[in-house]
Design a protein around this ligand. Structure first.
Ligand SMILES: Nc1ncnc2c1ncn2[C@@H]1O[C@H](COP(=O)(O)OP(=O)(O)OC[C@H]2O[C@@H]([n+]3cccc(C(=O)O)c3)[C@H](O)[C@@H]2O)[C@@H](O)[C@H]1O
Ligand SMILES: Nc1ncnc2c1ncn2[C@@H]1O[C@H](COP(=O)(O)OP(=O)(O)OP(=O)(O)O)[C@@H](O)[C@H]1O
Ligand SMILES: [Mg+2]
Length: 277
């Protein structure tokens, strides 16, 4: 885990932001995608977790644009490690910004029930953090089944490429409308569609344990991660050239490649052996 002082920041990060015309094109593309997913499933509504973070704020905003506010159901699911201001931001998004129906469901009792059933995991920060995330996935699908609603995910391209999400947790959804956007672009599109700056510029956190931030855990900020992904992983520029161009140590580029390669299993269907005959 990096400390605030040791987080790597590229000297020359790429500017991956869009022009105004491109922003409008992405907005249309994503709202059309949401509409098409709902149509293809033969349903009218969607359900999704609202965390007060920018990914869920943008997806919920675009879902309301695509389907109307009556078709979007938000779930705010606090646990003991969530900051109160994030949970109140989630309610602010549902109430004040979007005017959608939402429920607040505390997940501590669910998490405790699992740990009572398997106390060996108690104190295992990552396992319990992932358990919190998976409890939310179960609730999303409980509501989704009951209301014949699709579960909207909030994964962006940066998280997907390095596997920075919980398998069958926040990854357990029916579609990811902002999957093509790097994190910088998520923030930019959010501002473009009218999300207030304080939400769009908020420090990203999975809130799987108290005080967690994405940058601390990954050891670099999103501008650096996005730049390495765009140049080296998506762009095919060799590691050394990427490090030189961005002004980051070579081992940071290699770390991102290792995260990309070791998370391939999260971007694939669970494999089985080919049929024998
Ligand atoms: N090679 C392989 N082939 C097939 N399966 C493989 C595998 N390696 C591990 N696995 C399986 O995957 C499991 C590990 O994956 P997983 O359970 O996801 O756990 P893991 O990747 O270890 O942890 C999740 C990471 O995502 C971050 N996260 C989670 C949720 C939200 C956010 C956010 O930004 O909001 C971030 C979190 O902070 C943490 O760094 C293993 O226990 C194993 O079951
Ligand atoms: N406390 C919560 N209540 C409801 N949903 C949550 C909660 N925490 C996480 N989620 C869901 O899990 C998703 C993944 O979390 P993640 O932290 O990556 O996104 P975010 O909070 O929207 O944005 P950011 O990455 O900037 O913090 C959220 O977008 C949201 O849908
Ligand atoms: Mg978050």
């Amino acid at each position: 885990m990096a400390t605030a002082e040791s987080i790597v920041r590229a000297d020359e990060p790429l500017n991956l932001t869009f022009s105004e015309a491109e922003l409008e094109a992405h907005r249309d593309h994503i709202t059309s995608f949401i509409e098409a997913q709902v149509d293809a499933a033969g349903v009218d509504t969607v359900v999704m977790g609202l965390s007060g973070g920018i990914d869920s704020t943008l997806v919920s905003h675009l879902a309301v644009e695509a389907l109307g506010r009556d078709a979007v159901h938000g779930l705010v699911m606090p646990s003991e490690v969530n900051r109160a201001d994030n949970m109140s931001d989630a309610e602010r998004v549902a109430n004040d910004l979007l005017g959608i129906e939402y429920d607040v469901i505390e997940i501590n009792p669910l998490v405790d029930t699992f740990l009572d059933a398997y106390p060996d995991a108690e104190g295992d920060q990552l396992a319990v953090g992932n358990l919190r995330v998976r409890c939310r996935a179960v609730l999303n699908y409980l509501v989704g089944n009951h209301e014949q609603a699709l579960v909207l995910g909030t994964g962006n391209r940066s998280e997907a490429l390095v596997g920075y999400y919980t398998k069958y947790g926040d990854g357990a959804v029916d579609c990811h409308p902002i999957a093509a956007l790097y994190k910088q672009q998520v923030r930019q599109l959010a501002k473009h569609v009218g999300v207030p700056d304080d939400l769009a510029e908020k420090t990203a956190s999975a809130e799987m344990w108290a005080g967690q931030t994405d940058a601390d855990e990954m050891g670099m900020d999103y501008d650096t991660l996005d730049s390495i992904l765009a140049l080296h992983i998506d762009g095919g520029v060799p590691a050394a050239g990427t490090a030189d161009q961005l002004g980051v140590p070579l081992d940071v580029v290699e770390t991102v490649r290792e995260m990309y390669e070791s998370s391939a299993h999260k971007r694939a269907m669970p494999p089985g052996p080919d049929p024998l005959y």
